[in-house]
Design a protein around this ligand. Structure first.
Ligand code: FAD
Length: 418
């Protein structure tokens, strides 16, 4: 229990407002019902869509392999059956944490016994680029379909410049390349993804892009972006003054958690909503998903983390609902092994754990040449994570080792046995 928190267990016939109708919001509602909550659940969503899945936005939906209905996570009927009163196209504009009251942008106030904060994150734009013609980010269905239509409009011949070689940028690059387009990725870091997967693996993943014909330019700073005009295509100007021509520009330089509406709420905001180990941000207020910065006890120590992964969001939502129902005195600390996947060039990249840049990397199977490999991250002789490219069995075999922070020798033994 966090010092100072006195959340009583949520009455089973009480009331909850969930702010955010994405994965975290939906899973929170489901978990409250599964936990026996019979009271009213109101879910607010700033977008006009029923809860939908974001991973396909840079993959199947962008590729054109899926249509929009397929990314929906729950139908209106399902939400009605769950007893969720859904208000779409209505953003919350403020929260009074002391009275658990949510103010809506249309001026209404909703007071509830508990509030779940699930407003996720929003993409960062480069200064002056928001709304520029021919320049895109990908976070929503509209973002994905607008980009898809522009890419398809190139008819298989054109150049896409992706700014940022993180997972979102890399997936867009991969999907655009599969449409037959020329793709250049501009990355400020010397080693793309280095801070996330380490320099060794970052170099290998970059190599996979290059082998697919993508030009990856690492260690370059972008100066500014020039929009499409009636006479010219968009282009990217590097800090060096060099102009990189494009037909379409995509910005994938990360996100910021959606906390603006919580200013003045009384909550602590620090790159996310600061929560305790059970996801309480204040009495009767929990945060989940991309928004939540929580205290995470793991086999190798304790960290304050905000994790933008699909599976972690689903796990946090289930946990937050359980915390509300238990009350702060009896709520359990979050216990999870972070899992992330990405699909690029027809291969699945999977990571378990949360390696830090200082971790060492042990290459245990496969090779870049095969475009299939597995590495184990270790810290002071203990397993901190695993990453596999096209190696799902290896990754899952390592799960217990990552969870336990097992001795590195256990991982070595696993991969040396016939
Ligand atoms: P969101 O999904 O962002 O939902 C938050 C919702 O709250 C949004 O609908 C937003 O409109 C709404 N909202 C915001 N402000 C307000 C307000 N004031 N009032 C009311 N509503 C509001 N993870 C993986 O592990 N693997 C992947 O391959 C992967 N691919 C991804 C691809 C893309 C393009 C993106 C964007 C994410 C991807 N992720 C992936 C991450 C994963 O989708 C997120 O971790 C997950 O969506 C987070 O869920 P959430 O509910 O916290 O936030």
């Amino acid at each position: 229990m966090s010092p100072g928190l006195r959340s009583r267990p949520l009455e089973l016939d009480g009331s909850v407002v969930i702010v955010g109708a994405g994965l975290g919001g939906l899973r929170s509602a489901e978990a409250l019902r599964a936990g026996g909550f019979r009271g009213t659940i109101t879910m607010l969503g700033a977008e006009h869509h029923l809860p939908y899945d974001r991973p396909p936005l840079t993959k199947q939906l962008l590729a054109g392999a899926w249509d929009e209905p397929r990314v929906q996570l729950a139908s209106a009927d399902k939400l009605a059956t769950l007893g969720v009163a859904l208000e779409l196209g209505v953003a919350a504009s403020a929260l009074d944490a002391a009275t658990t009251t949510v103010r809506l942008e249309d001026g209404r106030d909703l007071r509830a016994d508990a509030v779940v904060l699930a407003t996720g994150a929003a993409p960062r734009w480069l200064p002056g680029t928001e709304g520029m013609r021919g320049v895109h980010v990908v976070r929503t269905i509209e973002d994905s379909t607008a980009l898809r239509d522009e890419l398809d409009g190139l008819g298989g011949a054109g150049t896409v410049v992706v700014i940022g070689a993180g997972f979102i940028g890399s997936e867009v690059a991969s999907t655009a390349r599969a449409k037959g387009l020329d793709v250049t990725v501009l990355e400020a870091l010397d080693v793309p993804l280095g801070p996330v997967v380490g320099d060794v693996v970052g170099t290998w993943v970059t190599e996979l892009h290059r082998r697919e014909g993508i030009e990856v330019r690492a260690g370059v700073a972008v100066g500014r972006v020039h929009p499409r005009t009636a006479a010219t295509a968009p282009s990217v100007e590097l800090a060096s003054g060099e102009l990189v021509p494009a037909d379409v520009v995509v910005i994938g330089i990360g996100v910021r958690s959606t906390t603006e509406w919580l200013e003045g709420s009384g909550l602590t905001i620090a790159d996310g909503v600061v929560c305790d180990e059970s996801l309480f941000a204040a009495d009767s207020i929990v945060a989940v998903g991309d928004l939540a910065r929580f205290r995470w006890h793991n086999a190798l120590g304790t960290e304050d983390v905000r994790i933008e992964h699909w599976e972690v969001t689903a796990q946090l939502a289930a946990h937050a609902a359980a915390s509300l129902l238990a009350g702060s005195a009896d709520a359990a600390p979050v216990s999870l092994v972070p899992y992330f996947w990405s699909d690029q060039h027809g291969r699945k990249i999977q990571m378990l754990g949360r390696p830090i840049p200082a971790d060492e990397v042990l290459h245990v199977a496969g090779s870049v040449e095969e475009a299939k490999f597995t590495v184990v991250y270790h810290r002071e002789g203990r397993v901190a994570g695993v990453l596999g490219v096209a190696s799902p069995r290896h990754v899952m075999l390592c799960r217990p080792l990552v969870e336990a922070g097992a001795a590195l020798a256990d991982a070595t033994a696993l991969f040396s046995s016939p």
